[in-house]
Design a binder for this molecule. Structure first.
Ligand SMILES: C[S@@+](CC[C@H](N)C(=O)[O-])C[C@H]1O[C@@H](n2cnc3c(N)ncnc32)[C@H](O)[C@@H]1O
Length: 283
């Protein structure tokens, strides 16, 4: 990935900045995954839950969403890169994808020509991502690292964009997670969040919520046997029901220091894409 970054970066300062790992303090782990020293114990329950579902995560994800999650990721990449992501010339866009899991969003950005750093605090999820790398177009442009989204091991101005898909809801302090994403993105860069929402349209809204709360956990536990695996699919609707959405989530983004925050509902409000800018005066 470094190679393609070098080829596409003409500005020497940017060339150096295109490898945020240099200043990150990350250490190499097995299978190409980099890890921060001393991962914090908080969040251990969530981490264990994802470790248990990791082997079947992709299958469950695509089955339970009917494959529509691929379309949402495409929309996220398009919004992120709109207007060339604010970059001039041929510089490669540096993307940080936190709560990256098995890397589907990270691989979508790589396919679009970006240099991507996919981080997650669950190594088992990242290992699945590593396994997928060789079968993905431009998979070599993705680097995975293990770290907590609330304490990212990167310097300011390390990335042009930061994204999180279906992850911010799981972070213990979502505002701190957003704040740290904003810290490592250059002034003027974007932070994007893809998250589930609760559809409010008549008929479809109640029908979907019934599926989401009653049927989805049952399918989840059938496809993911094991106590924590099945708990994960009870946890999914519970966490979505409790999590702030639409304007309430936009307020959290603003609290984290982002500006011009907006959102767009996807698929009749089943999901929502949020985005905001890192203020130009910061950094
Ligand atoms: C539902 S998965 C989403 C994975 C991926 N982004 C996707 O769209 O398929 C949520 C991920 O967030 C990770 N996660 C939750 N809290 C985290 C935290 N505080 N720091 C880093 N990763 C976290 C979990 O380990 C899990 O892999």
């Amino acid at each position: 990935m470094q190679e393609s970054g070098k080829e596409s970066c003409k500005d020497p300062a940017r060339k150096k900045a295109s490898d945020p790992f240099r200043s990150s303090g990350l250490i190499q782990r097995g299978r190409g995954i980099h890890e921060t020293k001393g991962m914090q114990p908080e969040g251990a329950k969530v981490r264990r839950m994802f470790a248990e579902v990791a082997p079947r995560y992709d299958l469950l994800n695509h089955t339970l969403s009917g494959g529509i999650d691929a379309l949402w990721r495409k929309r996220t990449v398009a919004k992120a890169l709109e207007g060339g992501a604010g970059l001039e010339g041929s510089a490669a866009v540096r993307v940080l994808d936190v709560c990256s899991g098995t890397g589907d969003l990270a691989f979508s950005f790589a396919r679009a020509g970006c240099l991507v750093f996919g981080g997650d605090f669950c190594v088992e999820m990242l290992e699945r991502g590593e396994e997928k790398r060789s079968s993905r177009q431009h998979g070599e442009r993705v680097r995975f690292f293990a770290a907590d989204a609330q304490r990212l091991p990167f310097a300011r101005d390390s990335f042009d964009l930061a994204t999180v898909a279906f992850g911010i809801r799981n972070v213990q302090d979502p505002v701190q997670g957003l704040r740290d994403m904003a810290r490592v993105v250059r002034p003027g860069g974007k932070v994007l969040v893809l998250e589930f929402a609760k559809p409010r349209t008549p008929v479809l809204g109640p029908l979907y919520l019934w599926y989401f709360r009653r049927i989805l956990p049952k399918i989840g536990s059938l496809l993911s046997p094991g106590s924590r695996g099945s708990k994960a699919y009870d946890y999914l609707p519970e966490s979505v029901m409790q999590f702030p959405e639409r304007e309430a989530f936009v307020s959290l983004m603003e609290e984290a220091g982002l500006e011009s925050c907006q959102y767009k509902l996807l698929s009749f409000g089943i999901a929502c894409l949020y985005w905001g800018l890192v203020p130009k005066g910061s950094g």
